[in-house]
Design a protein around this ligand. Structure first.
Ligand code: SF4
Length: 278
């Protein structure tokens, strides 16, 4: 088996920025007696990153009501809705905002569309933290993630279309194209550059199989598995990797999601190299 590393891989700019903010916070509060620092939801969707931050003292919560008044809270790279910001202000929390600038741009586009009276449509997964944050910006948003559009049957106004940043880029383009056949559409819908570059590299890979290193909770990791033109494997930890049967594979491509640590990537590739002649 030969190993081919696809570029780019590893942390995107948004994840690097979020991690920098998180590490600065826990480094500022190193003593056990210091007031704890909280993070609303997972900072990024990767179990290794979250475990590392927990070991440094960051406390993860699923609701602001679990953060004591006056404490410091970190908002994740996926962004939050205005109602969450208002609740944080009402409870006098000190907010450190790690929302990725690409996500913030989607929030801005959605509110601009809504302020001009357009029906905002979000192409994304309704349960994803990023989509919850975007939909919180506007009244009556519609979320779609396939080509059926039944939820749009009653839409009479022109549509203002935005997208979750980590969708399948081809799917987003196809959905916008289909919408244009029926509705008047203004669109800023596209995935972020980090997502697009990784998907393009995967689509161009013509080996026997692809290994995507990343978490099962990571949207961009899942999309990389979907867009490959060959058999795919996913591993979030070394234990996952050692469980995979690579027998019969000649050329194996290796890539990673945008929230996968480089340390894990290097460790995984080193282990795979020991399998190259098997
Ligand atoms: S994947 Fe894209 S949107 Fe998400 S944090 Fe990275 S750069 Fe930002």
């Amino acid at each position: 088996m030969t190993i081919e590393i696809l570029e780019p891989h590893g942390f995107c700019a948004g994840v690097k920025n979020a991690l920098q903010k998180a590490r600065a916070l826990v480094t500022c509060h190193p003593q056990p007696s210091a007031a704890p620092v909280y993070c609303l939801h997972e900072l990024v969707h990767n179990e290794l990153v979250v475990a590392d931050l927990k070991s440094r003292g960051l406390k993860f919560v699923e609701s602001l009501s679990d953060v004591p008044e006056g404490s410091t809270v970190l908002f994740s790279a996926h962004g939050v809705s205005p109602s969450v910001r208002a609740e944080a202000a009402a409870r006098k929390l000190k907010v450190v905002d790690a929302t990725c600038p690409f996500v913030a741009r989607v929030h801005q586009a959605a509110s601009e569309f809504a302020s001009r009276g357009l029906q905002v449509v979000v192409i994304g997964h309704p349960d994803h933290a990023e989509v919850k944050g975007i939909t919180g910006e506007v009244p009556d948003p519609i979320v779609i993630n396939d080509s059926s559009y039944t939820s749009l049957e009653t839409a009479k106004r022109p549509l203002g279309v935005v997208s979750q940043t980590t969708m399948n880029a081809d799917d987003v383009a196809a959905v916008v194209e289909r919408l244009r056949q029926t509705f008047v559409v203004e669109s800023t819908a596209e995935v972020c550059r980090a997502t697009k570059e990784r998907q393009d590299a995967v689509k161009a890979f013509d080996g026997d199989a692809l290994l995507v290193l990343g978490s099962a909770q990571s949207s961009n990791t899942k999309r990389l598995c979907e867009v490959a033109h060959c058999r795919t494997f996913r591993a979030g930890t070394m234990a996952d990797l050692r469980d995979i049967d690579f027998s019969g594979i000649g050329r194996l491509g290796v890539t990673s999601g945008a929230s996968t640590p480089e340390e894990f990537f290097s460790q995984a590739v080193d282990w795979l190299r020991t399998q190259e002649d098997t």
